[in-house]
Write a protein that binds this ligand. Structure first.
Ligand SMILES: Nc1ncnc2c1ncn2[C@@H]1O[C@H](COP(=O)(O)OP(=O)(O)OP(=O)(O)O)[C@@H](O)[C@H]1O
Length: 623
């Protein structure tokens, strides 16, 4: 199988990978240096999520380890008392308080461990939710242009999957490290008493397995980073193949073999990538275990040597073995914790990086209040190029929209009409030129407040999986225009009347009790949504493309009536509907090539006149 597949497509190197390369190149110690900041961040998140659970988890974990340590010390005491000479009844009696201490410590340790686990189990879903909420709060606040940037999508994909485990993974790893170190501290006292050379030997014995797990963690992170783009493509395809919107097209265009082959191609690529990683991880694990075994053997050999040379007496050999085992377990726990923290840190750093990136992409906004009513909107010499495009969508465009006017944008497909409307609607920022509202630069105006003044009936409006009523009132809820009037003006009343539960009907048949609307019925709902918003500026982008002739006429009449106290920016290919516009701008290849009233443009006999004549001739000749 060739190394074909997605090269040159999603899997080409991306700017975002520069960060991965930096992180994956960072060794354990670099990460250990970065960890304090990450741990602080996760502790703040945990504290904000649930103070009680955070405190209980930390306190209970600490106490449980303290009682483990005390138990071990008491055990060492008891064993020394019992086995330092031949056990007698007196020695047994003298050891009884020590035995009671061992039992008491074990009970308390178990109780605190359970309490810590309970708090941890509560925190896990809370932290996951908090991380996800942070994610969606940020993604809904970034500049719209971010969604035209594939790097942003890859970050979202990776962060969505790691956000769920990053914070809790890191928190648990920190707890495990702390537990391990406390345990180690406790036994090191006992081992120091036995012989000081044993402790460093035990620490050395843990090095091979720690190296193996650090390596495995890095490989696992590299895999996640390396397959992010492929995974996104795979899940997009999976959604298309498993959900309703594309189901009919997949069948009518007999796309199944193609899609399955494409899915399999990506799947094979991902699997090959993952299997290569598994091999690397397994090799590291084999070397780690082999050297770890040898190192452990050396520790016991050292103990044997100490016994043989008489530096450790046989009577305390049991304590020595027990302490070595405890110390080994505690060292492994601590180093495992550090490694887990390293792995979790890699993932969590991704999350933190994304949070910072999303914050940097956050929508900019001025602070000036927008004009009370629409006032004059002037677009002056604007140019705009989409992030993913080579050629500009708009070049040096200037238009004026006066209050109360109906202004139409016409032109062939791809001429830049929607882009211009989106810039006026404050969705994209032009790279050159200005947009002013009543003489105030759009940059200076509070963007959210400005959007409150705008209603958009978009070409690609969203079919929200909500009730019909919510699909109309969304974003305005109870503060819009009178609903009855809106329903009548948009023609949505006829749609709602036929729904089984009226406005309460769910408009998505994939949910219980839900139903689907036709394209034209949906468009009436979209028009109702725009009218309900009751904003001084109404932007209509092809509001009637899916409507029958009678509905289209009715809608345009409604919009004209609506425009009496408001301003309307209208985009349409139905030129008969723009005759009554106060001014028409004709766009071509991102430039305004003609402007004027219908009569003036017809007189000019230019592009508009040609388009209009073509359309009207088509009607008169066929009609
Ligand atoms: N998100 C995007 N990323 C890159 N290029 C885009 C994007 N959206 C639109 N374009 C390009 O910008 C140009 C203008 O598109 P726009 O949607 O503004 O045209 P339009 O006049 O509204 O077309 P239509 O009549 O088909 O709706 C087109 O060449 C289009 O391919």
């Amino acid at each position: 199988m060739a190394d074909e597949v997605l090269d040159g497509l999603e899997l080409k190197e991306q700017a975002w990978w520069a960060h991965d390369a930096e992180v994956t190149a960072s060794g354990l110690f670099t990460m250990v240096r970065r960890l304090p900041a990450l741990i602080r961040d996760v502790l703040v998140l945990s504290w904000q999520t649930s103070r009680v659970d955070t405190v209980v988890m930390m306190a209970a974990t600490l106490l449980s380890e303290i009682f483990t340590a005390l138990g071990l010390l008491a055990t060492t005491d008891v064993l020394t008392q019992l086995f330092s000479a031949v056990p007698t009844a007196e020695r047994l009696a003298a050891a009884l308080p020590g035995i009671a201490a061992v039992v008491g410590a074990a009970v308390l340790r178990a109780a605190f461990r359970e309490a810590g686990q309970w708090a941890r189990d509560r925190l896990e879903p809370l932290l996951t939710q908090a991380a996800q909420t942070r994610l969606v709060t940020l993604t809904t606040g970034v500049e719209l242009a971010a969604f035209d940037d594939p790097d942003f999508h890859d970050q979202v994909q990776r962060t969505s999957s790691t956000a769920t485990r990053g914070p809790s993974m890191l928190l648990w790893a920190v707890m495990e490290t702390v537990s391990g170190f406390i345990g180690l501290l406790a036994v090191s006292g006992a081992l120091g008493v036995l012989h000081p050379v044993l402790l460093p030997l035990i620490l050395l014995a843990a090095v091979p397995s720690t190296w193996a797990s650090v390596r495995a963690a890095r490989v696992s992170y590299q895999v996640t980073a390396g397959i992010a783009a492929a995974r996104r493509r795979q899940s997009t395809l999976q959604d298309l193949m498993t959900q309703r919107p594309a189901a009919a097209e997949i069948r009518s265009y007999t796309m199944r073999p193609y899609l399955l082959a494409e899915f399999g191609r990506i799947y094979r690529w991902v699997i090959r990538y993952e299997l290569r990683a598994v091999r690397r991880q397994q090799l590291a694990a084999i070397w780690g275990s082999a050297f770890g075994g040898i190192a452990k053997g050396l520790v016991y050999a050292a103990l044997g040597l100490l016994l043989w040379s008489g530096q450790v007496v046989l009577a305390v050999a049991a304590t020595a073995v027990l302490a070595i085992q405890r110390a080994g377990a505690a060292t492994e726990q601590a180093l495992h914790g550090v490694n887990q923290a390293y792995e979790a840190g890699l993932f969590y750093e991704d999350y933190v990086h994304f949070i910072a990136d999303a914050a940097a992409r956050a929508e900019s906004s001025g602070s000036t209040a927008p004009p009370a009513e629409t006032d004059r909107i002037r677009v002056d010499g604007i140019s705009f190029t989409y992030p993913a495009a080579d050629t500009p969508a708009l070049t040096d465009v200037s238009i004026t929209v006066n209050p109360g006017e109906i202004v139409a944008l016409v032109g062939e497909n791809g001429s830049g009409k929607t882009t211009l409307a989106k810039i006026i609607g404050g969705l994209y920022l032009p790279q050159a030129g200005t947009v002013t509202w009543g003489g105030v630069d759009q940059h200076a105006i509070d963007r959210t407040a400005l959007r409150e003044k705008i209603a958009v009936i978009a070409q690609d409006f969203t079919h929200w999986p909500l009730s019909a009523g919510e699909n109309i009132t969304i974003g305005r809820h109870d503060s819009g225009a009178p609903l009855d009037e809106v329903l009548t003006a948009s023609g949505a009343d006829a749609v709602v009347d036929r729904l089984p539960y009226g406005l309460d009907t769910m408009l998505d048949p994939s949910y219980q009790g839900g139903t689907e609307l036709s394209g034209g019925q949906w468009q009436r709902i979209a028009v109702a949504r725009g009218l309900y918003r009751d904003a001084p500026l109404l932007i209509c982008d092809e509001p009637t493309a899916a409507l029958d002739a009678r509905s289209e006429h009715a809608i345009f009449e409604s919009i004209r009536r609506h425009a009496v106290q408001r301003t309307v920016l209208m985009i349409t290919h139905r030129l008969a509907s723009v005759r009554w516009a106060d001014r028409i701008y004709v766009l071509e290849h991102g430039k305004v090539i003609e402007q004027g009233t219908h009569a003036a443009l017809m007189e000019r006999s230019g592009v508009y006149a040609e388009m209009f004549t073509l359309q009207s001739r088509a009607y008169t000749e066929e009609g």
